[in-house]
Design a protein. Sequence first.
Length: 343
Amino acid sequence: MIEAGDVTRMRRALNLARLGPVADPNPRVGAVVVDDTGGVVGEGYHRGAGSPHAEAVALVAAGAAAAGATVFVTLEPCNHTGRTGPCSRALAAAGVSRVVYSQSDPNATASGGAESLRDAGVQVEGGLLAAEAAELNQAWTFAMVRGRPRVVWKFAASLDGRSAAADGTSRWITGPAARADVHALRGESGAVLVGTGTVLADDPALTVRGPDGARTGRQPLRVVMGRRVIPPAARVLDDSAPTLQLQDPDPGRALAALAAREIRQVWLEGGPTLAAAFLRAGLVDEVVAYLAPMLLGDGPSAVAGFGIPTMDAALRLNPYDVITIGPDIRVRATLPSTGQEGH
């Protein structure tokens, strides 16, 4: 049974979890250890794949005070040995009397920690602030449930839907503030994906950079799809970030290859042809559109044809966030489920 003060302790655990890296193979998790007087005796968060899990960090901080304590953790303790040992076993060995967790573990390989703890005589309760915990790890949860990375398609366009002028020039449709926002959101994904056409036309670096142009934070994997040869001097092949070339043009197989590399979210920045391919396959999950207050009248559209014959068949999005960034408008929207998960 949830007790007075449990929500406050779990919110502290969620705040700790937010300190972890966003674009990581592992989820962000926080843990708080509370003794029988209500005092916090240990806390911790997961710092990324290969580092100790949040529960292990919190137990070390608590030391002997963990015996008989209650542990609040934002994700069901894992029950398998991967890069680290099972947290369910560590908690039981520390002698904790009660574990309260938020989100059930959707990873079939690691789930079962709650049952294991109950078998060891530990009182276990789950589901406290579960929606907040799941939102904290939206991409990771999606990848665990769907078996593929979550795909966010970003594009910039004029108000009349053009991604470039008639002569092919596209720099810059949006202003500096919107471009800075793109870099911030790009850094939340494990990979940034474009086609060879974008590389040949624009020679993008595809790194995460600050306003001064310097690289900042953890760099996503740069992924280039397509069979055309990339010039050796292309910026996407430099040493500023890792790069993967996928000659297979199939979106489903591309995502399978990235899932095998533990990529949980893909930031799709390809041109209109690549975007259309992912839309046709039902493999776009969110759209981030930057609309500039300008009219071009001609030039390529933001997306090529992807099989919409009539207005009744239009792919209607579900916008959930619309803001202005400088003179530009940013629209974030999710897509209705298509029931297609690729190949």
